[in-house]
Design a protein around this ligand. Sequence first.
Ligand SMILES: Nc1nc2c(c(=O)[nH]1)N[C@H]1C(S)=C(S)[C@@H](COP(=O)(O)OP(=O)(O)OC[C@H]3O[C@@H](n4cnc5c(=O)[nH]c(N)nc54)[C@H](O)[C@@H]3O)O[C@H]1N2
Ligand SMILES: Nc1nc2c(c(=O)[nH]1)N[C@H]1C(S)=C(S)[C@@H](COP(=O)(O)OP(=O)(O)OC[C@H]3O[C@@H](n4cnc5c(=O)[nH]c(N)nc54)[C@H](O)[C@@H]3O)O[C@H]1N2
Ligand SMILES: [Mo]
Length: 766
Amino acid sequence: MKKSKLTSAHWGTYEVGKGIEKGFKLLPFKDDKDPSEIGRGIETALESSSRIRKPSIRKRWLESKNKEKRLRTGKDEFVEVSWKEAFELAGTEIKRIISTYGNESIYAGSYGWASAGRFHHAQSHLRRFFNLIGGHTYSKNTYSYAAAEVIVPHVLGNFYNSLFNTTSWESITEHTSLFLAFGGVPLKNGQINQGGVGSHNQREYLNKAYAKGVKFINVSPLKSDLETIGNIDWIPLKPNTDVALMLALCYEINNARATNYSFISKYTIGFERLSEYLNGKKDGIIKNADWASQITGIKKKVIFDLVQKIKKSKRTILSVSWSLTRQTHGEQPYWAAIALASMIGDIGKPGGGIGFGYSAMNSIGNHYKRIPAVSLPQGINAVNKFIPVARISEMLETPGGSFDYNGSKLNYPNIKLIYWAGGNPFHHHQDLNRMIKAWQRPDTIISNEWCWNALAKFSDIVLPVTTTLEREDIALAPRDPYMIFMSKIVDPIGKSKSDFEIFSGLAKEFNLKNKYTDNRTEREWLKWIYDESNALQEDNHKFPDFEDFKKDGWYKHPDPIDQKIFLQEFIEDPEINPLDTPSGKIELFSKKVDSFKYSDCVGHPKWYPEKEYLGNASKYKLHLLSNQPKFKLHSQLDNGQVADNEKSDGRAIIEVNRSDANARGLSDKMLVKVFNDRGSCLAVLKISENIMEGVVNIPTGAWLDPSKSDALSCVHGNPNVLTLDTGTSKLAQGPSSHTCLVEIEQFEKEPPKIRAFDPPKIIKSN
Ligand SMILES: Nc1nc2c(c(=O)[nH]1)N[C@H]1C(S)=C(S)[C@@H](COP(=O)(O)OP(=O)(O)OC[C@H]3O[C@@H](n4cnc5c(=O)[nH]c(N)nc54)[C@H](O)[C@@H]3O)O[C@H]1N2
Ligand SMILES: Nc1nc2c(c(=O)[nH]1)N[C@H]1C(S)=C(S)[C@@H](COP(=O)(O)OP(=O)(O)OC[C@H]3O[C@@H](n4cnc5c(=O)[nH]c(N)nc54)[C@H](O)[C@@H]3O)O[C@H]1N2
Ligand SMILES: [Mo]
């Protein structure tokens, strides 16, 4: 029997079968225990009218001179050109920018998830190209957990180690008594794994642990952040106040003489400094349950109850959601949680301690061995200029301006050209109205995209890229045991080319094509990646023969025997396996961080009330969360039908507590305007018992759809027109998307038409 072809995406592996209308259908991969619906979005999106079919140049950019050419409205006309013309135009412009302003003036930080597949990784190609022609300004850290990426190394020595070595769910099922989750264990997010997923396991793991008697507690504004087969204790708290709760738990545990002092003295430093703060030595404020109750909105009794549960629990694990980093002072929840886990003293023991982001992705807590794999070599960037990734608007607004970052004082470059490939800043960035203003500053913006989203509509040169279904690749992610041969399913739509072909074409303009391709074809590169990765495998884990792998379509690495326990080696012998911190121990007080003298990130975990949250609400009384969508990955496949599951009449849904709706005279399914001083969007109201009073939620991902005539920043429901664009603190300068206050009111006018998926007006070529 002929084997069916496989394809892979960040949300799963699929068999490709015959479809009814579009010629193909994505079916669940047979090894997947809990397949995700998300993939099927591509069936309707692939050839929809939002598909970019030919290289397109913004008409005003092409025809006008100087400043006016830059005015980017997102509603501009485009002119289709041939690839030859497109390469010439882009090549000439890149050369002009480099010779006039230098390579530093090119921003190719280009954050984003792009698609699965080891070879066709858009950012790797982008960087390989720019590194070849003298370099570019780049970006550091992520939108996912930037604050943790910077603070955790000061406290535990390394952050990524925690992602690869999170304590296994098996260990939790066997040994944990209490699983205290800040921000829940959102199964909707476990559908995703960067680079691909063979089998989705989070649901089964969670249910098994629950069935075995692990006591789960969900500390979160949303009840649905932790759902399993039975009831879960839900402790709603005001968003962005977890640190106050964590510090009060530290104080009350200490007060109840339940601190594990032998753990503290053997494995940590700085407990005295933290204790002084908890006891209010300097500020006169004791960080007790009473204090935290007022900040978090959690009753004092519930906090004392938690203290008792922790005291009685034989083995406790704290789970801290990544979302807790995406808020003002997002460094603190991780530091405070590490301090609390240290005082409990279960770190490094089976089923105990701390874990970051259970079910934030499928791989967290999975039982697998990290699979070494090579990437496309990117060369060396000759430009040594970077920004913390979420400081893009500020960079564009203030060329030469200075900023703080992790102990350094740095300067912003003067950006004249932006090149984006594989990410969507009109999805991921905060305060989009501010960004759109800043976006007008560069001379030229180039993007490789496959669909007419806002990024494409706000670019000058748009180069149409193929999707994974239109090219061959290998899904090989270090955090998933499956390796998939991604077959080509359909021919490239329109004139689209892969990122590899696009940058090869551009390299030719610089007479560097052979250097760029290294004289390898796409197929030769796939084989190269396979062979080089295979060379890194241990002897008993070698890959099958390449041709056999292609024929079978997939391969699974053998499971490791041991369960993972985060920081086990350090706990077993802190002398031989010290942490990579200055003291070799867990730093509850960090001399280094303290030496930076940042008022917004001192040397120990601390509660900072100076921020936009319910504790300071006056004009805008609701805290807006914008969590990850259930039926897509970020903005990807919003142009397909599966994403409609999470919308109402095509618009994003805003979840509102009944009492907040009643207080404003709003009812279920009503079209509402959500607004603050930064912007406004429409959304459809859903009354919900799932969300605590004072909090509302719009999942991210609705494509930006501004309307001047209705004076709305987005008629479709993109929450990032409302969110706050400031760094978490001087330390990490991470994004603060979960920090945001808004108001809502009924939108009584005629509902404006959604045009997010309409292509721009295009002057066609033949
Ligand atoms: N308000 C708010 N905002 C947030 C968050 C939040 O919680 N709240 N979360 C943040 C987080 S955690 C993240 S990671 C970011 C995600 O932000 P992004 O990663 O930027 O979002 P995506 O929609 O995945 O963007 C990927 C883009 O790549 C394109 N693409 C796909 N495949 C290819 C390819 O092969 N080649 C090229 N050239 N392009 C391709 C897609 O069409 C899409 O436009 O969003 C952040 N933004
Ligand atoms: N289906 C799907 N899955 C995804 C993604 C996607 O786009 N779609 N994106 C992937 C990516 S890139 C990432 S980084 C991860 C992100 O994973 P997470 O960071 O876990 O993502 P969120 O869904 O934003 O947040 C989870 C929950 O945290 C809660 N929360 C927000 N603020 C607070 C707070 O101050 N305190 C407490 N206690 N809770 C709070 C919210 O109720 C929210 O539902 O998800 C990944 N998984
Ligand atoms: Mo993320």
